[in-house]
Design a protein around this ligand. Structure first.
Ligand code: UDP
Length: 367
């Protein structure tokens, strides 16, 4: 065999696994069907501004192990995500906190805010879906202005048909704290994520622009074992049907000014505007040389039929049951292992991806 591992997919999962394997003296061939490495954390430099090509990636973790791992490879800059929401000409702080409650209702104390929410949610007797959950957490006004439109655009279906747990990703606080994430460590690698991916892939042979499904026999035979991080349904030729994903379309443009919206992320929460988020990349890291330009990306939720790119797994009962059928096949494989968001059909944050890759590598060592 020419390599110990073939790693299909050069995203964060595959690249982390490659680093761990290479550090233990294994040889890795890493392929990716895209023309670049890095998967969805890939960045591009536009006029000195680091652009997160596939949506904003802010690294946040509570894991000391993950923090040490990443910072042993690259320099990182502390970053605190404090997005804003825009609804019909008015700006609100996110996630839902005392600033939001003051802006929405003019309340002054946590007790007043809690009372307002209690009044607006007393109609909810049972949590059957996302709508019930959202109203019970923050009341009807915030649900109507900051949640309903955004969520229905994002997922392409009514809030009454979505699982409640999606909304519990967002903190609700009765303090004046605008931090989006609760985690201890929050940062972005200096210059973006490409340097991290390059470090993870150092020592591996990495080939962008090579689709496994065009070269399967050949590359499989060159390697002892295979880590597959792509779509598990595609791997098995969709034999149990296609797993559903929500997708995104990005509209990127450059303006001749330095500060367009004053913050990196503005959520557009009114259903009448088709995009969900507007990202101004230079607020993640200001360019090293002064430049009178700014790069903006609008994110339009889309069906996978429109883009062909899977982003968010739709983890409802139907799709989870299909996934279990694929997983049963995967568990029987001798040579191939599966990992990451697409292969495990799970919406992982970046730190979870690194932890999962570490776990998988440990189980490989104990085989
Ligand atoms: N959400 C919302 N309004 C917002 C931001 C988020 O209603 O302004 C809801 C929406 O349902 C979304 C969920 O909160 O799917 C989780 O948001 P998060 O920021 O975690 O989304 P992701 O990281 O998946 O883009």
């Amino acid at each position: 065999m020419k390599y110990d591992y073939l790693i299909v997919g050069a995203g964060l999962f595959g690249s982390t696994f490659a680093r761990l394997a290479t550090d233990s003296g294994r040889t890795c061939l890493v392929i990716d069907k895209r023309q670049h490495l890095g998967g969805n954390v890939y960045c591009e430099n536009v006029d000195g501004i680091i652009v997160h090509k596939y949506g904003p990636h802010i690294f946040h973790t509570d894991s000391e192990e993950v923090f040490k791992f990443v910072t042993s490879l690259v320099k990182v800059n502390p970053y605190v995500n404090t997005p804003m929401a825009h609804y019909k000409g008015k700006m609100y702080n996110m996630p839902f906190n005392m600033n939001t409650f003051c802006q929405m209702w003019g309340v002054v104390t946590p007790q007043e805010a809690m009372q307002k929410i209690a009044e607006q949610s007393k109609c909810i007797k049972e949590i059957r879906n996302l709508e019930d959950k959202a109203i019970s957490l923050v009341g009807k006004d915030i649900y109507r202005k900051l949640i309903k439109g955004y969520t229905e655009k994002q997922w392409g279906r009514p809030c009454t048909k979505l699982p409640a747990n999606i909304i519990t990703r967002l903190p609700v606080r009765f303090t004046f704290n605008n931090r989006y994430f609760n985690d201890r460590y929050e940062f972005i690698p200096d210059g973006g994520y490409n340097s991290l991916i390059n470090k993870l892939l150092e020592g591996s042979e990495a080939i962008p622009g090579l689709d496994l499904f065009d070269a399967k026999g050949k590359v499989f035979d060159m390697c002892d074992r295979v880590l597959f991080t792509g779509r598990i349904d595609q791997f098995y030729d969709y034999r149990f049907g296609e797993l559903e994903y929500r997708s995104l379309r990005f509209n990127q443009f450059t303006l001749d000014e330095e500060n367009y919206q004053g913050v990196a992320v503005v959520n557009e929460t009114w259903g009448g505007i088709p995009y969900t988020r507007r990202v101004e990349h230079r607020h993640f890291q200001q360019p090293k040389e002064p430049v009178k330009k700014t790069v903006i990306t609008e994110e339009y939720p889309a069906s996978i039929k429109e883009t062909g790119e899977p982003y968010y797994p739709v983890n409802d009962e139907k799709n989870n049951a299909i996934y279990q059928q694929y997983k049963a096949l995967a568990d029987k494989e001798e040579k191939v292992i599966f990992g990451g968001r697409l292969a495990e059909y799970k919406y992982y944050d970046m730190d979870d991806i690194i932890l999962r890759a570490m776990e998988l590598w440990k189980s490989e060592l104990n085989r």
